[in-house]
Write a protein that binds this ligand. Structure first.
Ligand code: SAM
Length: 428
């Protein structure tokens, strides 16, 4: 007897493998290939999809609407098994979605005038046909792409195209980026392992950040920042000095600068790769009212004291190793009555408040792989994590000497925007 368990499809020459197995077997022996047709009696034959795989594709509604948020009821064991199979199955699907996004497959398929063959899709994307075929298999199984049974032509339904072209799908490639950190993360979990790892050893992070900010920056500025500035808008129009703390790849800073050409913007970040990308974009777009400097927000130049009319920190403070120091540095560099605009993830710190919230799942996971290790990497290693919570943010701002003038829920990203005024001499 010989058996080949989950092997034949992996070989470069399956026919040769089968004929070799045939050759080494004695006459009339049983050969079992676990992949497809088995030697089971007819009524027990199956096509390789196991009981668990079958169940994985049964979707179950375990998310219950609760006050506009999703909450998860505790499940019985069978429902939990189905739920977990869904979770894992969708994890695989998400990895294929990353490929679809990054290899331009969605973009090309969304622009197809009519359903196409595998070869046509491969030609349109200039990719290898065999890989495209495998990807299409996963997309069809995952119900994102349709295939016609007779013609074998593939298409994306029209009603799916908006989503697939939506900026949110640019979140998908972050999963592969995070997965690259998996080994490092595991060693950070162990007691003898390192405390963390920071963005500066992680240049792909800035490339990903740039890719999402390219599509979101204008909306962030137009919909979620400027409309809440009230009187400050006049000042920005007439000409002011603004600091973008932890500006990343500079896209938000540049979007601001375009809208307020008389105001000078200074984007600072401690990541050299981030600053280089910001500078490249400024020179490409020939913008003259933005500068980028590589500066650590926990220790800004002494000469910046009382210099800025406004500062903002978009999705940054929780990433730093010393958020209290960053906030007090921001306070120091602002003029008296200067405005600080803080944007952080809109969550509550107690875990039970976020039960069943899919956005919280994403935020916590992202934070565990990225924000938390970054903050823990360097002393004093505050380790707030992205989900430190608006309930903790408010007292922190007040203790630093800011008065919270306004709080707004953002619409482009699930963030909260605190508009604060610098109070001189004591707590706000
Ligand atoms: C999530 S990114 C946000 C970037 C940018 N504000 C945006 O939204 O596009 C966080 C940024 O904080 C920067 N950062 C973290 N700690 C920092 C520190 N101590 N000083 C300056 N920048 C820091 C990182 O390099 C990274 O670019």
């Amino acid at each position: 007897m010989a058996y080949a368990y989950d092997v034949v499809h992996d070989t470069s020459d399956p026919n040769k493998v089968l004929s070799e197995i045939h050759r080494v077997l004695k006459a009339e022996k049983l050969m079992a290939d676990n992949r497809r047709e088995t030697t089971l009696p007819d009524n027990r034959k199956h096509t390789g999809s196991s009981h668990h795989t079958q169940r994985m594709i049964i979707s179950v509604t375990v998310l219950v609407q609760n006050k506009g948020r999703l909450s998860l009821s505790t499940m019985e064991a069978p429902a939990f098994e189905i739920y977990m199979n869904d979770v894992i199955g969708n994890g695989f699907l998400a990895l294929s979605v990353c490929v679809g996004k990054e290899m331009g497959l969605y973009d090309e398929m969304c622009s197809l005038e009519s359903p196409a063959t595998v070869q046509q899709i491969a030609d349109k994307t200039n990719l290898k046909e065999r890989y495209v075929k495998e990807w299409l298999g996963s997309m069809v199984a995952g119900k994102i792409v349709e295939v016609d049974q007779d013609s074998r032509l593939y298409h994306i339904p029209d009603q799916y195209k908006d989503y697939l072209k939506n900026p949110m799908i640019t979140m998908a490639p972050i999963m592969t980026l995070l997965a690259n950190q998996y080994r490092k993360l595991k060693s950070c979990f162990t007691r003898q392992g390192p405390n963390g790892y920071d963005f500066r050893g992680y240049p792909e992070y800035y490339s990903w950040l740039e890719s999402i900010r390219e599509v979101m920056a204008d909306d962030i500025v137009d919909k979620d920042m400027i409309p809440h500035y009230g009187d400050l808008i006049d000042k920005l129009t007439e000409g002011a000095i603004v600091a973008d703390i932890g500006c990343g790849t500079g896209n938000i800073c540049i979007a601001f600068a375009k809208r307020f050409p008389k105001t000078t913007f200074l984007g600072l970040d401690y990541g050299g790769e981030a600053i280089a990308k910001g500078r490249a974009l400024v020179s490409k777009e020939k913008i003259t009212n933005v500068e980028f400097e590589q500066v650590d927000a926990t220790d800004m130049p002494q000469s910046w004291g009382n210099r800025f009319d406004m500062a903002y920190a978009y999705d940054v403070v929780h990433d730093t190793s010393d958020p209290n120091k960053v906030l007090s540095e921001i306070h120091r560099i602002l003029k008296a009555d200067g405005i600080f605009s803080l944007v952080e993830i809109d969550m509550q710190s107690p875990h039970y408040e976020n039960k069943g919230d899919p956005m919280a799942v994403m935020n916590y996971t992202f934070s565990m792989y990225s924000c938390l290790p970054n903050s823990l990497a360097v002393p004093p290693s505050a380790g707030l994590g992205a989900c430190w919570g608006v309930d903790k943010i408010r007292p922190c701002l007040v203790q630093t000497g800011f008065k919270i003038v306004k709080e707004e829920q953002q619409t482009v990203e699930p963030n909260r925007h605190f508009i604060c005024k610098k109070i001189v001499g004591g707590m706000a």
